[in-house]
Write a protein that binds this ligand. Structure first.
Ligand code: 5GP
Length: 117
């Protein structure tokens, strides 16, 4: 099990903002913006490349929870970014699928660097 699996089961501490039967949302411990929240399915889906039709309810819930947390954080009006990193080239470090919700400052262009980094 990954560290996120343990957070979902409340076996390790985290600043959990929301939890229901399908998803859990908690603050990232290495925030890259004033608001940096991770929204994860409770099911242990390793990466975006492992998603199946069975996961669609949880994946949809991740977006509605992102919207609600963005409103609570006061960043909805100015905007924010949702990111899902996938596997090695995507920069994924924790192999439990997660959506980053980032905002609270201008985030600039989508990627830094050009096609070759
Ligand atoms: P990835 O690079 O896999 O898309 O993002 C993993 C994220 O998880 C990183 O932003 C990192 O700061 C965050 N993270 C890693 N370990 C922990 C942890 O134990 N607790 C919390 N809340 N966030 C973590």
């Amino acid at each position: 099990m990954t560290i996120f699996g343990k957070i979902i089961r409340r076996e390790v501490p985290a600043d959990i903002l929301y939890q229901d039967d399908l998803v859990t949302a908690f603050r990232d411990t290495g925030p890259q913006a004033p608001t940096h929240v991770l929204i994860v399915p409770n099911a242990a889906i390793p990466t975006a490349a492992d998603v199946t039709a069975r996961d669609e309810a949880a994946l949809g819930r991740m977006f509605t929870v992102a919207r609600k947390i963005a409103e609570q954080e006061g960043i909805a009006e100015k905007g924010y970014r949702l990111i899902v990193n996938c596997r090695e080239d995507g920069g994924q470090e924790v192999f439990h699928l997660h959506m980053h919700l980032l905002g609270g400052r201008p985030l600039g262009r989508m990627l830094t660097g050009g096609p070759n980094g």
